[in-house]
Design a protein around this ligand. Sequence first.
Ligand code: OFO
Length: 171
Amino acid sequence: MNTKVEDILNAQINKEFYSAYLYLAMSAYFDSIGLKGFSNWTKVQAKEEMDHGMIIFDYIIARDSKVNLQTIEAPDIVFDGPLNVFEMILSHEKEVTESIESVANLSEDECDKATRCFIDWYIGEQVEEEAGTLEVIKKLKMFGTECSMLYHLDKELTQRQYKSHNYHSIG
Ligand code: OFO
């Protein structure tokens, strides 16, 4: 693949691992305020983000190109309750969606059909992530600070289970 495509994919690996860090920070925060279900949901998401990074890592290698790992920024953020965190997640994922679309656009411009096809999986994944986040935001907005509903929602979020993905399983 050409260096422009290689560079944008390496940058995307970094963004996926940053996302994992961000979700881990959120998971620790939820744990610290006793919301085990919210902590579980964000921890599962952190694992999925690591998979996203590793799938691009393996794809770059499969294309006989160079993996160039960069420093992962520390998430230095103050969290302020479940709704604040989930709104933060939605805005973060919208940025990631734009970033994935940039990969799709660049691979099209550079006539790299393999990368254009590869990145489709991520486009679908972003739709799912934004939808899943919105679902939680809607519930949080509907129930507000109602403690018993927050308790039930927290219980519901304990049910999210990690499903691993890798380079071979997405093809
Ligand atoms: Fe990798 O999808 Fe979220 O950030």
